[in-house]
Design a protein around this ligand. Structure first.
Ligand code: ADP
Length: 705
């Protein structure tokens, strides 16, 4: 698996050839390209001027030097705070919300535009823009090569099928194709936002969401934190808790520390700089070789609406480098004992670079499962608990992601469809229960690590474990996102060629091996878990349905906050005001909740009510209306009620617009009926066609869960 220097040379030469080919392609089409771009831009809705300028993206991808395993959030890393004793050598439902766009340029991959047989056209290589891939570039290149697709390392004048971004959706202006980032994902998985999203779900479904440690957001909730700790201590004086303090937006263990008492929290720093999440520390993790370890699992969010989630069958296990002891005042600051971050432990003298997938300080998760299985552990149960944790977490994240999505890619405007690989950090407790630590929007996809030859001199060495897991994840993500797959399958069916899957047998029989371009690849390492298990989890999607209501009343395209008029319209259209809830009381509710949320959140860009504030208002209304039931039942009933009134309204509007259209058309109909049908009468009993249409619409419009 290790790539030697000759393979590197080959890769470099291949890259140069790809660049030369891209240039030649552009030159060869010099005149035709301008016309073609015009046509393309028109089809994609891309501003014509921009497409015509056709500025090549000539910046070479930036590749930071430092080895990372964690969240590759950005190239810059803030200074570390944690290690107190520095070890030796210690030196970032709109247009689809996920529906595939139609491939526009059918013959783009053919050498000649005329006389190209249709099946050859369908077999053109999928194009990938890797110019912004950053640290995932090496794994991406290998994946593209294995798939025999076409890479554009410096971007492309014409649109590509897939854009691979290293950090965020906003890395580039893209108007078509597919991009490997969702707008808003980085914000959504920050420690505070994730904690808030999970907390909302915990308030609705406490049992289902007990896989996330109890958390407080400081400085806002400092008093609450102190009061709750004191209350538990008063009830049980023997309780000796430990808390872990994590700066919001931090990664790779930066600034994390443990405390036994709220008074030990460095509040001055928090007030001055950035807020933190304080969490109950999980004191009894599962140990292997006496060491604490965590799991990095890769999850593909293939589409937001409809929700599609895949989980990679293998992940990474990152080990601490000092034998674990339950926290006590003497070991609280031992980072190599308590924190599993690769980026920290690599600096320990005990770190072992793995030369196989089942040894060393970083191993495959499958090797851990094998070991557990040999000790009699029910690993099927472990897996199903992990799958359930992943689905529930994604369900907590999607409502706000939808708000971001409609804001960045409003309905009817040109934009790409999105997918994203997320890194889930999970800790197995001693009793094998998986606990969610955090979600990374940009999990590191590096497949090499740094080796210090002599003080200050480093070389990059391929990492077997990383390459094995990460290349498979990227390659198979691309396979699942392949925009030409459906087309190829239809074409081969039309031509009577075998569909993918029957290939191996057929090619053996016929000697034709090129019909399935994936025949040489291993089976896909990503397992679909949603909608596969939708039936078991759909009842949890209440906030998702609330987000649909919220988005409906946002009004102006591109906004993420609800104005007072939008909130009033929501109350009126859903018929929620009554003698006991006047519109004046509704206004006060809006002002109260909005003001509080705006003072808590850092995002002050727009004024108005954010989704979480809307959810809080919704809970309040649900509790008033349906007293004495559990919260999730109150909320579900209120959502049903709102959806019902809105569907009635939609029907009325359709009937009205149908009647208005008929009225406008009547003079013509009357005129023509006088001419052709002297005694025409409408058939009695059956509903008008527009009504049937309205019924259908109202069902499909509110069938999210
Ligand atoms: P970062 O993004 O900086 O890596 P994490 O939330 O992943 O922050 O925490 C870093 C490490 O701290 C984790 O890899 C894990 O080893 C440890 N850790 C985090 N939260 C907890 C917790 N609640 N209980 C026990 N260990 C934790």
């Amino acid at each position: 698996m290790r790539r030697g220097s000759s393979e590197r040379e080959l890769a470099a030469r291949w890259e140069m050839e790809a660049v030369a080919e891209a240039k030649a392609e552009a030159e060869a089409r010099a005149r035709a390209a301008v016309e073609q771009v015009r046509v393309d831009a028109g089809a994609a809705g891309e501003p014509e001027g921009k497409a015509e300028q056709g500025q090549p993206r000539a910046r070479a991808p930036a590749r930071p030097r430092a080895a990372e395993e964690g969240d590759a959030r950005g190239p810059q890393r803030p200074p570390r705070m944690l290690p107190q004793s520095k070890p030796k050598g210690l030196p970032a439902p709109a247009r689809g919300l996920g529906q595939l766009p139609k491939p526009r340029d059918k013959g783009r991959g053919c050498k000649r535009s005329s006389g190209c047989p249709p099946d050859e056209r369908a077999q053109r290589a999928v194009t990938v823009d890797s110019s912004k891939a950053r640290t995932s570039l090496d794994a991406l290149k290998i994946s593209i090569r294995q798939l025999k697709w076409k890479e554009f390392p410096f971007g492309r004048r014409l649109p590509c099928d897939i854009y691979w971004h290293g950090v965020s959706f906003h890395d580039n202006d893209i108007f078509s194709g597919q991009v490997n980032k969702f707008p808003g994902m980085t914000e959504m998985v920050r420690k505070i936002t994730l904690s808030r999203a999970v907390r909302i779900m915990q308030s609705l479904f406490p049992e289902e969401y007990n896989f996330y440690p109890r958390s407080w957001i400081l400085p806002d909730e400092f008093q609450l934190f102190v009061a709750q700790v004191r209350m538990v201590k008063d009830g049980d004086p023997s309780w000796k808790p430990t808390f872990i303090v994590k700066p919001d937006g931090g990664c790779q263990g930066d600034g994390i520390y443990l405390v036994n008492d709220p008074s030990d929290i460095r509040l001055a720093g928090i007030l001055q700089s950035r807020p933190v999440v304080v969490q109950e520390y999980i004191c009894k993790p599962l140990l292997i070789d006496k060491l604490k370890f965590d799991i990095r699992l890769y999850v593909l969010l293939k589409s937001l609406d409809p929700l599609e989630i895949y989980i990679a069958k293998d992940g990474l296990s990152r080990f601490c480098t000092e034998p674990y002891q339950e926290p006590n005042p003497q070991n609280l600051h031992h980072v190599f004992m308590h924190l599993t971050n690769y980026s920290l432990n690599i600096h320990s003298g005990n770190f072992v670079h793995s030369d196989s997938t089942s040894t060393g300080s970083k191993r495959t998760f499958s090797s851990i499962l094998c070991r557990l299985s040999s000790k009699g552990v029910d690993i099927k149960k472990v897996w199903s608990d992990i799958i359930s944790l992943v689905i529930k977490t994604v369900i907590a994240l999607t409502p706000e992601l939808k708000v971001f999505y409609q804001s960045d890619i409003p309905t009817g405007r040109p934009g790409p469809t999105c997918f994203q690989i997320l890194g889930f950090d999970i800790l197995l407790m001693k009793n094998l229960k998986p606990m969610l630590l955090e979600v990374n929007a940009n999990p590191s996809m590096r497949i090499e690590h740094e080796h210090e030859l002599s003080p200050g001199i480093f070389e990059n060495i391929p990492s077997l474990v990383d390459e094995e897991v990460k290349v498979a994840v990227i390659r198979d993500t691309l396979r699942l996102m392949d925009p030409l797959k459906k087309k190829r399958e239809t074409q081969s069916q039309q031509l009577g060629k075998p569909a993918a899957g029957k290939e191996d047998l057929d090619s053996e029989l016929t000697g034709v091996s090129d019909a399935n371009p994936e025949a040489h690849l291993p089976s896909i390492c990503l397992k679909q878990v949603f909608p596969k298990y939708a039936k078991q989890f759909n009842y949890l999607r209440l906030v998702d349905r609330m987000a649909n209501l919220f988005i409906r009343f946002l009004g102006i395209k591109g906004t993420m906050k609800l104005g007072p008029t939008g909130f009033r319209t929501f109350i009126r259209n859903c018929k929620l005001s009554s003698s006991s809830l006047s519109m004046a009381a509704v206004d006060i509710l809006y002002i109260d909740i909005t003001r509080r949320w705006n003072s808590m959140t850092l995002d002050q860009r727009d004024s108005g009510m954010c989704l979480q504030a809307f959810v809080e208002a919704f809970f309040f209304l649900a509790q008033r209306k349906f007293k004495t039931r559990p919260l999730h039942e109150q909320v579900a009933s209120l959502i049903d009620l709102c959806e019902y009134h809105l569907s009635l309204l939609d029907e009325k509007r359709l009937v009205y617009s149908g009647t208005a259209a008929r009225r406008r058309a009547r003079p013509l109909i009357e005129q023509s009926s006088q001419e052709t049908l002297p005694a025409a009468q409408p058939a009695g009993g059956s509903p008008p066609p527009c009504m049937i249409g309205a019924k259908k619409l109202s069902h499909s419009g509110h069938a999210l869960s």
